[in-house]
Design a protein around this ligand. Structure first.
Ligand SMILES: Cc1cc2nc3c(=O)[nH]c(=O)nc-3n(C[C@H](O)[C@H](O)[C@H](O)COP(=O)(O)OP(=O)(O)OC[C@H]3O[C@@H](n4cnc5c(N)ncnc54)[C@H](O)[C@@H]3O)c2cc1C
Length: 450
């Protein structure tokens, strides 16, 4: 039957994290059909595999994001890895436009000798393990944890705070989360007494937020110690920061209150070290000591003083940032670790626009901001996309569903995700919890089949 009705535009979104789902929401509200692809069999990206499981209200953003997947015209195609199961070029050919929102979840390196020793792990990997990511190195993480009495966490951002809290929190707090049972078991067996948090600059330059910082001292059975009170003698550059930024002023105030407080002799200590940068990890077969150099801070950053000391640690968690990686078929800026773009339109190194290709979220702007930042960011990209497509009719295709079937790719649809969701709730309920994350990829695939 012939019809004069315009053909709806069909857009592919690569990545079902917050930026992908916010983009899908804006696109479907503008009348487009959207396929949201993700390499994992489940949606939500770092909201599921990054945000700390004991931060219940932030994790509940999933409920809002799930509503996008329930919208008519939005299809979830999970378990599909772009670059492996289908190429960017194939997507560009099959859809009216493609939005890349595949995040930035690789670790940054410290580049110090000994970084490769056993017991030295990236926060990205530790977080993936405790969130039950299917690719997590369970054996490596659990053996590192079992060997540890003292831990060094390198970095003073919110991820470092999350990691420190998970390592020191009383088990009751963690039991009320959806962490996999093997994670709870490993944490309950741990004999960690001390966690040393290292910041290469002063307390004023730490990037954690006050609420997250304060939470550390609120943990039952945990004391926070400022290792060197002289870290509170603020250099001019730090004093200026305190003057100009209320969050910084509050953070420094919180740390000052800890410097004055008496230890009550409880068994777990969090030691804050500022002006402290790791210069070497030492150990024979695995890490046993971190060599730390004292620094001074000025407008140009942190400078080593040559004065060093050692911190004993059997586990070192490097939390110095996330970074994006390139995807074949899309330009990539190796220096900034993002996809180069102008207002969300992907551009080549010479500035020319790549037709049909857009970008949003962490892979567009780097690992900054809160979850909500991705909403505005995705909306801006979608505005560029809609302006480019204008009133042109859609190509009328059905995306890559047939191609994936031909290639034998086991796609998890929204119904499949709902089955996984039900299986996780049932598993949780059998353990007296609301939900338990299923961490094994085969088990997730089996659950998706109901
Ligand atoms: C440890 C940690 C804790 C955090 N805690 C908070 C918090 O408490 N509050 C807060 O506001 N923000 C928090 N954030 C930040 C927040 O998670 C990010 O802002 C947000 O997840 C970025 O969204 P995104 O969609 O760009 O990337 P992601 O969430 O990383 O989503 C990207 C998606 O793309 C998929 N993907 C990757 N490669 C491919 C491929 N080749 N093919 C198909 N799919 C692919 C991934 O599987 C993933 O699902 C935290 C981040 C981290 C790392």
């Amino acid at each position: 039957m012939w019809s004069d009705a315009p053909v709806t535009k069909r857009i592919a979104v690569v990545g079902a994290g917050p930026s992908g789902l916010y983009a899908a929401d804006a696109l479907s509200s503008a009348g487009a059909d959207v396929d949201v692809l993700d390499r994992l069999p489940v949606p939500f990206g770092l909201v599921r595999y990054g945000v700390a499981p004991d931060h219940h209200s932030i994790r509940s953003v999933r409920d809002t994001l799930q509503k996008v997947l329930e919208k008519p015209g939005v299809r979830l195609l999970a378990g599909v890895e772009v670059g492996r199961d289908v190429t960017v070029d194939e997507l560009v050919a099959a859809y009216d436009a493609v939005v890349l929102t595949y995040g930035a979840s690789r670790d940054r390196r410290l580049d110090v000798p000994g970084e490769e020793l056993a017991g030295s792990v990236a926060a990205t990997d530790f977080v993936a393990w405790y969130c039950g990511h299917p690719d997590a190195d369970r054996e490596g993480m659990e053996s590192a944890l079992a060997a540890a009495r003292s831990v060094v966490v390198v970095g003073v951002g919110n991820v470092a705070v999350d990691v420190t809290r998970v390592l020191t929190a009383p088990l009751g707090r963690l039991q009320a989360t959806d962490m996999p049972q093997h994670v709870l078991d490993a944490l309950s067996r741990s004999s960690i007494n001390d966690v040393h948090v290292l910041g290469r600059r002063g307390p004023a330059q730490a990037t954690w937020t006050t609420k997250e910082l304060k939470e550390l001292a609120e943990l039952d059975g945990v004391d926070v110690v400022l290792e060197d009170v002289h870290d509170l003698d603020l250099e001019p550059v730090s004093a200026a920061l305190v003057e100009s930024d209320r969050v910084v002023a509050r953070n420094v105030e919180v740390i000052r209150s800890w410097a004055e407080h008496e230890l009550d002799g409880t068994h777990r200590h969090i030691h804050l070290h500022f002006h402290a940068r790791p210069v070497e990890l030492r150990g024979t077969d695995r890490v046993s000591t971190v060599v730390v150099e004292r620094t001074t801070v000025d407008e140009a950053g942190a400078h080593g003083t040559g004065e060093t000391y050692e911190v004993g640690a059997q586990l070192v968690i490097r939390s110095v940032g996330y970074r994006g990686v390139g995807l074949e078929g899309a330009p990539f800026d190796d220096r900034r670790n993002v996809i180069p773009n102008v207002e969300g339109r992907v551009v080549e190194a010479d500035g020319s626009v790549v037709p049909g290709l857009y970008v949003a979220g962490w892979i567009k702007r780097g690992p900054t901001g809160i979850i909500g930042t991705n909403k505005k960011d995705a909306a801006a990209t979608v505005a560029s996309l809609l302006a480019d497509l204008g009133d042109v009719e859609g190509n009328g295709g059905d995306g890559i569903v047939a191609l994936l079937a031909e290639r034998g790719v086991d796609v998890v649809t929204f119904d499949g995700w709902k089955s996984i969701d039900a299986a996780e709730r049932a598993l949780g309920s059998s353990q007296g919890r609301e939900r338990t994350t299923i961490h094994d990829r085969d088990a997730l695939m089996a659950a998706s089949r109901g």
